[in-house]
Design a protein around this ligand. Structure first.
Ligand SMILES: Cc1cc2nc3c(=O)[nH]c(=O)nc-3n(C[C@H](O)[C@H](O)[C@H](O)COP(=O)(O)O)c2cc1C
Ligand SMILES: [Mn+2]
Length: 495
């Protein structure tokens, strides 16, 4: 496993496989940059590296779509795989399994260095000027320019027992203030509530442009009390390099492109949002008063690169950077409950609304359970697992004879195996997320149902030798003929 410790090295690796588009031409941060990035997701084209942003000096750059998908054959997940130290042709299942396996290893805390590249430039006091950075107005309709879309918010409980690293967006207000979206159930919200109880603002560091694996850990629903940087250490088998922040008692990634330090107020609020959101729509709500982060210092690398995720219709980083680690945590929790889980997946094209659990095809013989009983156990386990339940409105249960990372196969299984009437169980889920657009304004505050659709399961409806065989090339032709046809594909005239 190759541990890339710096965003620039990540860019260089992506460049080697044609996954970076250098854009030297001047691009406007005001909507143009976001539109180019958006189109790159839609075409699964290389990630744009904007090298010349209008009105922005100091050689600052923007890397957009750092976790987008690729149209190159066999390299769909290359950006995610390389970020996580895997070969560029890793499958979705490889990535989720690697993340889940690391949950069984001992956490490794970061290694403290004296200094690092993130300290090349320091702004304090009156020198602080966030307006110098290339912060985009991403979508037409956003409430402001978003500086934090793909960085890590680092915060610690007042008693020092727990440091949390998570991605939650932040909007630029002026030279030294950001407005923060901090949902109360998120760990940043839980930690903020502890500072509020003490009557003190929350110290925070926002690390932008970090080593490429770190955002995946920031999007992972590790349990309360777990330090995401320790899990990253377990994942790579070696620690994350950190340095001390300048003005807050926090450790920050040594190679971060930009680190913003400061305090989040409990009383000072400013209008934040709306912004394009992960369900794939521009948020319908108006701007809402949200906590202000008062900046006390900014440190940054020469010619810093700001990473940008353009939230919206799938597939973007909310789906890859949140969906894949979330699926990995689901594998871990179901394994720990000794349920016959083979794989989990958040269907990227569903924008994190369809989650899939694949059980081993022998689950019925092994457990003696009916599909309804199995679904009840899986639903209780997933929806009862605290943070894991956050953001899971629908869970499909299938057997592992399909590739759940292939949306075409998930659709096929759901359409062809599920009985029209039977096979859904609804669960109360206090952690239901509040964003899906099928909820009206009232429901968004009160809706807690979620469901497991288990009627795709077939093992208790057929004897093993009666199990339907897919009539596709993989199952319904002899292997030698299949091989011959595949090997001679170009000879047939196909490209
Ligand atoms: C690119 C990206 C952007 C995200 N933006 C937000 C956000 O603005 N607000 C939010 O609550 N969660 C957001 N998330 C999801 C959280 O990071 C995720 O729920 C994570 O588990 C939160 O960390 P925590 O479990 O430590 O609270 C985002 C995830 C990714 C990958
Ligand atoms: Mn956390």
């Amino acid at each position: 496993m190759r541990h890339i410790r710096d965003l620039r090295e990540f860019v260089a690796e992506l460049d080697k496989i044609g996954e970076i588009q250098h854009i030297e031409r001047e691009v406007d941060w005001n909507l143009e940059l976001g539109a180019v990035a958006r189109r790159s997701y839609e075409l699964r084209a290389p990630a744009p590296l904007f090298e010349n942003i209008s009105g922005i000096g100091d050689g600052f750059r923007v890397l957009a779509a750092p976790g987008g998908l690729s149209s190159q054959a066999g390299l769909a997940y290359a950006r995610i795989a390389i970020a996580l130290g895997l070969p560029p042709d890793a499958s979705g299942a490889d990535i989720v399994t690697a993340l889940a396996d690391a949950r069984r290893r001992d956490p490794i805390p970061p290694r403290l260095l004296d200094t690092g590249p993130c300290k090349q430039n320091v702004m304090r006091g009156d020198d602080i000027d966030l307006l110098r950075f290339p912060t985009p107005l991403i979508h037409d309709g956003d409430g402001g320019r978003y500086l934090q879309t793909y960085g890590l918010n680092i915060a610690k409980t007042p008693d020092g027992s727990w440091t949390n690293w998570s991605i939650n967006r932040m909007m630029l207000l002026d030279r030294n203030r950001l407005a923060c979206l901090i949902p109360p159930p998120q760990h940043l919200g839980i930690i903020k509530a502890q500072w509020e109880k003490r009557g003190e603002p929350m110290p925070i560091a926002v690390a932008l442009g970090v080593e490429p694996g770190l955002p995946y850990v920031g999007g992972m629903p590790l349990p309360e009390g777990a330090d995401e940087s320790h899990y990253l250490g377990a994942y790579f088998g070696e620690p994350l390099d950190v340095v001390a922040a300048e003005t807050v008692d926090l450790l920050v990634p040594a190679t971060a492109e930009i680190v913003i330090e400061g305090y989040v107020s409990h009383t000072d609020v400013a209008d934040e949002g709306p912004m394009g959101e992960y369900p794939g729509y521009l948020d319908r709500s108006a701007a809402l008063p949200r906590p202000v982060l008062q900046v006390t210092a900014v440190t940054y690398r020469d010619q810093a690169i700001l990473p940008v995720a353009v939230a919206g219709a799938p597939v973007e980083e909310d789906h890859t950077g949140w969906g894949m680690p979330h699926a990995a945590e689901m594998v871990h929790i179901l394994r720990r409950a000794e349920l016959p889980v083979a794989a989990c997946w958040g269907v990227l094209e569903s924008a994190n609304h369809w989650w899939v659990v694949a059980v081993r095809p022998d689950w019925h013989e092994q457990t003696g359970l009916s599909s309804k009983q199995l679904a009840e156990q899986i639903g209780r386990t997933v929806f009862g697992a605290g943070k894991l339940a956050f953001g899971i409105p629908k869970l499909l249960l299938v057997e592992n004879d399909i590739d759940i990372a292939d949306p075409r196969q998930v659709i096929w299984a759901f359409a062809s195996r599920a009985h029209p009437e039977h096979g859904e169980i609804h669960f109360a889920n206090e952690s239901q997320n509040i964003l899906p657009i099928y909820l009206d304004a009232h429901e968004r505050l009160s809706y807690h149902a979620t469901k497991v659709v288990h009627n795709c399961l077939i093992a208790d409806r057929f004897e093993p030798d009666e199990r339907p065989t897919p009539s596709d090339l993989a199952h319904a032709w002899p292997a030698d003929i299949r091989r011959h046809v595949i090997d001679n594909w170009h000879a047939y005239g196909y490209r």
